[in-house]
Structure formats: C-alpha cells, structure tokens
Design a binder for this molecule. Structure first.
Ligand SMILES: Cc1ncc(COP(=O)(O)O)c(C=O)c1O
Length: 452
C-alpha cells in the first residue's frame, strides 16, 4: 500500500505536531506570522546552514523560504556570522549614535541610485508607514494610491482591502482611514492616470516587480508611466523595494529600469537577515524628520521618528557586511543564475509530468503556478503573457492545490514561501538539481492522488 501525502507528512513530522499543539495554546493559530499558518501544522526548524535547514524531527530541507527573502547569502553565512560576533561583545544598544550606522548608510547610498539620504527603521512595515507619512506631510494631501494585491506590510494605510487566504484582513482599520486609500489594478493606466490627475493623492506606492514579490509581474512601462504622471501632478512615487532592493539588481528595480523614485522603502536584505528597515530617497522629503533648530520653534511642523531599535548596532554591522559584499557584484548575479536553472528545471518537470502549469521568475525569485493551463516561459524563465498581454491578471495556484503541493514538497525535502522560491547565492547547482528532482516527485504524488 502506498503512503498518501498526508500520511507521509504526519509520519515525518511528529515532533513538529507536538510543538504545534503546544503553540496553539499560546498564539492565535499557533503561529507568529500570517504566512506561517499551514494545514495541518507548520514544521518547526531546529537549525539551518547555507541553503539548508533541519527540522526538529531531523528532516533535512533545501530551503527556499530564505528568511522571507532576507537571506540572499543563505543561513548563517560566515561573513555575516563574524559581523554579529564582532559586534555583539561591543554592545547591542548604545542609546546613542554610532559609527556603524554611518557605515550602513554609506552602503545604502552607494548601491541605491535614488538615495540622497536615509533613515533606518525596525522593519519594512515601519518603512512603508514612514514613507507614506513623509509624502502626506510634504504634499498636504491625505490620499494614497495603491496597486491591487501589492503588499507593503501591515500598517493602517496599506492593509485596507488586503485579503489573505480568502479572508479580508482589514479588521480594526477605521473607515475614515480606509477611505483615504484607492486601489487600482496594476496595469490599468487609464484609472491610474485619472486618479493622479485629481491631485488628491500624496503618493503612489507599489512593489516594482509586480504584486506579491512579482507573482503578477508588472510591466516596467507602468513604472515609467507612474514616474511621469507623478512628476506632472506633484505626487510622490514610492517604490517598495523591501524585497527587490539588493536583489532585482544590486541597486534594486530602480537600477534595473532606470526609474528614480522619490522615496524607496527597504528591509530584508538591507539588514542581512537581522531585523531592520529604511526609507531612502530625496533629501528634502527625509529632512521633514529634522527637528527645527533656532530660537523660535513654536508651531514648526515636522514628521516624528523615534523607535528604540532604529539603526540597531547588530543590524547595522550585519547589514553593512551584506551590502559591501553585494557591491562586489557577484552575489546577485549568482543567485539569478541559480534561479534561472531552477525555473528551467521546474518547467521541464511540469512538461514531463504532463500537468497544467508553469514556473517563471524575475531575478532570484521563482514562482510556481500549477493547475492552470498557461503558456510556459519562452526562455524557460520569464512570465509569458501570450496573447493576453500585461493587462491580464496572472492566476495563482489554487489553495486546494497549494497546500498538498507544499506538504508533498516538504516530504521530499524542499520548502517554499507559499508558491514562491527565494533563491540565494549559496544554493549550489547540485542543490538546485536535487530540488528539481524533489519537485518532480511531488508532482507524481499529486497525480497519483488525482489532486493535479
Ligand atoms: C514588498 C514588501 N513590503 C513591505 C513588507 C513588510 O516588511 P516587514 O515584514 O519587515 O514588516 C514586505 C514583507 O514581506 C514586503 O514583501
């Protein structure tokens, strides 16, 4: 008798099941991040190194979650470990300025074309919150224009209308706040243009790769359109490069496309896998945070920015080390090459299994779309719009398929973030090939159980 995907999952993960039962009494759903919610339970990781992690039941897994995209250098890269070790004994919080934050800022300005000044935060969510506030303060306009499905964290302005797993996740957002936000389909330039013409909006914010880490790729022509229209209407253009910063190219999507935003939000790779975020961009926008000097400070308006962990010395040390290494020019290129190899292999496996679907990617981010009859990428990598053109909405792997796929992949030692593989520069070609074999085995499981 063959073992089903679910039987194998339960048999391989008994200790994770026990820990999950305990965690359910402690955390809502037993998890500490929405995307870690998993049916019947998520795996508990014991330790990790390079491109691999080991769970509490001793299963070895090639990891493509990669710290939700923070780990361009894989787990515990020696360079970053020594940066932590060197710093941790010299103090983890000075409650004062330090050389490390200056070095970190220089590293950002060296890589990011549009950055004149920077301010560090503790997370990407704080960065998008700050960028939106800076834009509102500068323009005096309350409105915010967002693109549908684009993700920017969980502050009030960016969760209005946000869905997750079929639920609307905007509980607790007052209507007055939600009413300030307009959401438009990412390729609807007519609606975007009309909204901008009203001059009601302080800013447009978008994921420059397209929604959900590029699951729905964005035509760069839209970015050019937004740049032109925002300039003409006095609207601030915010590129949310929390994921794409130091990944889409060394200097993010803005380097790859030549589009210069007014503000950029950063996190993830910025801090080399430790907590940290930043807003970088035009000095006149960031300088609204400056506390007015001089004798008469009454009535002067500024933008507040406290934050206990801003530019934390540990994050600064690791972030600087990561960005200096990226500046050498090999890390992003290597991760991109590995992602291309992975995507081409996944497409071959999909063809061999004769199942509907395709894998596609941008830079070192790979998307798996199963259960939809879509044209595979012409070059084995880039999303194929076919006849539909960029106006089409890219479908996603249905939930009914995504979870068994991920359970089966975990059974075969391969972990994804949703249906996304984030590739690092330490995934070797041999590990990529092993992952392709694991994926082929998962497809065969899904076919056997007639899920696919
Ligand atoms: C594009 C984008 N912006 C903002 C955020 C929020 O960052 P954080 O999770 O550090 O708050 C994320 C997180 O995944 C993201 O992908």
């Amino acid at each position: 008798m063959t073992t089903s995907i679910d039987q194998a999952f339960l048999a391989q993960h008994p200790t994770s099941a026990e820990l999950h039962a305990e965690a359910e009494r402690l955390f809502p759903n037993g998890v500490t991040h929405d995307v870690r919610y998993f049916d019947p339970f998520g795996i508990y990781v014991d330790h990790a190194a390079g491109s691999r992690k080991w769970d509490v039941d001793g299963n070895e897994i090639i990891d493509y979650v990669m710290g939700h995209g923070a780990l361009l250098f894989g787990h515990s890269h020696p360079l970053l470990v020594s940066a932590v070790q060197n710093q941790v004994g010299s103090g983890t919080h000075y409650g004062a300025s330090h050389r490390g934050e200056i070095e970190w800022a220089h590293a950002v300005l060296d890589l990011l074309p549009s950055a004149e000044k920077v301010r560090f935060t503790s997370s990407g969510t704080e960065a998008t919150m700050m960028a939106i506030r800076l834009a509102r303060a500068f323009t005096g306009r309350p409105g915010l224009l967002r693109l549908r499905e684009h993700f920017h964290g969980w502050n009030d302005s960016v969760v209005a209308g946000m869905g997750s797993g079929g639920h609307i996740s905007d509980g607790g957002i007052p209507n007055a706040m939600a009413g300030l936000v307009t959401v438009v389909d990412q390729h609807d330039t007519a609606a975007l243009g009309a909204a901008l013409e009203t001059k009601d909006y302080a800013a447009v914010i978008c994921e420059p790769s397209g929604y959900s880490m590029g699951t729905g790729p964005l035509d760069p022509a839209v970015l050019h359109f937004l740049r032109e229209k925002t300039r003409a209407t006095g609207t601030i253009l915010i590129l949310d490069e929390v994921v794409t910063g130091f990944r889409a190219a060394d200097g993010g999507v803005q380097e790859a496309t030549g589009i210069e935003p007014d503000l950029t939000t950063l996190a993830k790779i910025l801090a080399g896998g430790l907590p940290g975020g930043a807003v970088a961009g035009r000095a006149d926008l960031l300088d609204q945070i400056a506390i007015p000097r001089g004798s008469d400070r009454s009535g002067a308006k500024r933008v507040a920015h406290p934050g206990t962990y801003n530019a934390n010395p540990l994050s600064a040390a690791v972030g600087s080390a990561a960005l200096r290494e990226i500046k050498k020019g090999e890390a992003v290129a290597t991760a991109n090459a590995r992602a291309r190899r992975l995507t081409q292999g996944l497409n071959q496996a999909i063809r061999d299994a004769e199942v509907p679907g395709a894998a596609y990617g941008q830079a070192s981010i790979v998307h798996i779309l199963l259960g939809e009859d879509v044209a595979p990428p012409d070059d084995g990598f880039t999303w194929n719009w076919g006849n539909a053109g960029p106006q089409a909405i890219v479908p996603s792997t249905p939930a009914a398929l995504q979870w068994p796929l991920r359970r089966s992949l975990l059974n075969h030692g391969f972990d994804l973030l949703g249906a996304i593989a984030l590739v690092s520069c330490v995934h070797s070609e041999a590990e990529i090939d092993l992952s392709i074999d694991a994926f082929a085995a998962a497809l065969s499981d899904l076919r056997r159980e007639e899920i696919l």
